[in-house]
Design a protein around this ligand. Structure first.
Ligand SMILES: [Zn+2]
Length: 213
């Protein structure tokens, strides 16, 4: 395979660089994206859009995060309350957290010293399931789910993957629900659409596989 030159900022091939389509969004919500190793080299991976657009978004690569010091530091930080975006049985609806900036879900009290961090799993549905199953530390933090109806509005769009949303779409829905502001986060989708349209234009008709996350 030939080594293609990459943009050092967005890590895409130079011709596919998305940097000029990225808009910095002034969001106070902290995101941690746990990226499956199989997504790292995915040319159409979308986690990078969140990472480049949001001031407080970091990516950690791995599969089993049980002993991941970087993640565990955050989970054990008493000034942070962490939530995992994952549709487990006992997950809470993202809407219930909207506007309650500092709601401590354990005791229902408002605590102004607690910042909320949301953890997203970046991988196919199957890989995300595996990450969740193997990462014991992720199973003990509250899980948050997106609104199913809103989610289906997005999955009918041409840009959506089979059986779920791309990571940037999930991030958009989560953040816009929490902040109750779709307009603010719209640039995430604009960058995403540019990236997808570029990829479609690169491929012979019918060959675009919906393998992006
Ligand atoms: Zn770039």
């Amino acid at each position: 395979m030939s080594k293609r030159k990459k943009c050092t900022v967005c890590d895409k091939a130079l011709a596919a660089c998305i940097c000029q389509h990225i808009t910095k969004i002034d969001s106070a919500i902290e995101l941690i994206i746990l990226q499956h190793p199989s997504e790292v080299k995915n040319a159409i991976g979308t986690a990078r859009i969140l990472n480049l657009s949001l001031p407080q978004c970091q990516i950690i690569i791995g599969e089993d995060f049980t002993g991941n010091a970087q993640l565990n530091d955050r989970l054990n930080d008493p000034t942070k309350q962490c939530f995992l975006l994952y549709p487990s049985e006992d997950s809470i609806a993202a809407e219930t957290l909207a506007g309650n900036e500092n709601l401590d879900v354990d005791n229902g009290a408002l605590d102004t010293h607690i910042n909320r961090t949301f953890i997203l799993l970046d991988g196919t549905w199957r890989k995300a399931f595996k990450m969740y199953q193997s990462s014991v530390n992720l199973q003990s933090i509250p899980a948050v789910r997106l609104n199913a109806q809103q989610q289906s509005q997005y999955t009918i769009r041409q840009t959506s993957i089979e059986g779920g949303l791309s990571t940037v779409e999930a991030g958009f829905l989560l953040l816009s629900t929490l902040d109750q502001d779709k307009h603010k986060y719209q640039p995430l989708l604009t960058a995403f659409e540019y990236m997808i349209n570029f990829q479609i234009a690169q491929m012979p008709e019918g060959l675009f596989n919906k393998n992006y996350k």
